[in-house]
Design a binder for this molecule. Structure first.
Ligand SMILES: [Zn+2]
Ligand SMILES: [Zn+2]
Length: 276
């Protein structure tokens, strides 16, 4: 089973759908000989950011609360970094959603941390409704998903756009089929070109494999081969493999090997470590 030199996408129990605390992940990372790990649990999302219905539909209630961020998460990741600083390089961060009208909120979080990942699990459409990147994307609104990614990247607040191809999870083309169509191609190019322009790293997500199994899909719902084939034609694009660990044991897995093979097959120039 394989591991990596670095992983910049690591959750913990505070999001209520992962196990282990920061120490558990870092101790496993040391055991598996990682050189660097980024701790990035899901961000606290204020209830005022959307309607109650949208909040629940997008599972925002699972994430840590703002007081937990300050009172538990930050002290824990800092203590962990201090304890293990001679054994492994530790960067502290969060995986954040991004809503442009609340930019100052994300700026405040960013000031406390080394970096932020941008994870667009939901986005605001033209009518101002929150849409899920898992279940609400079709040929009609994929452009709005791409625009939401670009808005976030443009801020300079984020280092990595994680699972940029998440839109393929349950995408519907004009016939209601999960097929990577022309609209997907256009949206992918928009995301990739913005990543290069704003110097954002794109992530090939290992947890997509487990997520695909969870939904009984024989093929991977993401990472998506068509997306990454387009990405491979952009030589200036920065790419990392991210485990999106929700269990310390996932820092070493055959899924990692499979994603490494996928990257080699699609000629992706994967960075083993990022500079900060
Ligand atoms: Zn998660
Ligand atoms: Zn994640």
């Amino acid at each position: 089973m394989g591991s990596l030199k670095s992983n910049y996408h690591t959750h913990n129990r505070l999001c209520n759908h992962a196990v282990g605390n920061a120490f558990d992940y870092v101790e496993k990372a040391i055991e598996y000989k990682y050189e660097e790990i980024g701790l990035t649990d899901h961000d606290p999302i204020p209830e005022s950011f959307m309607t109650e219905e949208e909040y629940l539909a997008n599972l925002c209630q699972r994430n840590m609360k703002e007081e937990e961020f300050y009172n538990i998460y930050l002290p824990e990741v800092k203590a962990c970094r201090d304890k293990y600083k001679d054994k492994i390089s530790i960067k502290i961060g969060l995986e954040c959603e991004y809503l442009d009208e609340h930019k100052s909120y994300y700026e405040k979080l960013r000031r406390e941390l080394d970096y932020l990942n941008l994870g667009v699990h939901f986005f605001k459409d033209k009518e101002g409704h929150i849409k899920s990147s898992y279940h609400d994307i079709s040929y009609k609104n994929i452009d709005e998903y791409a625009d939401a990614c670009v808005l976030g990247m443009k801020t300079g607040l984020f280092k990595i756009l994680v699972h940029p191809d998440l839109f393929m999870f349950d995408y519907k083309d004009i016939n209601g089929k999960r097929i990577f169509d022309e609209a997907c191609q256009k949206a992918s190019k928009k995301i990739i070109e913005a990543a290069i322009k704003y110097d954002i790293v794109l992530e090939v997500n290992v947890n997509g494999l487990a997520n695909s199994r969870k939904y009984n899909s024989e093929s991977w719902l993401y990472p998506d081969a068509c997306f990454w084939d387009i990405a491979s034609t952009y030589k200036d694009l920065k790419i990392v493999i991210g485990i999106d660990a929700h269990n310390p044991l996932s820092l070493n897995s055959t899924d990692i090997d499979q994603v490494k093979e996928f990257c080699a097959k699609h000629n992706l120039n994967v960075l083993e470590r990022l500079s900060f």
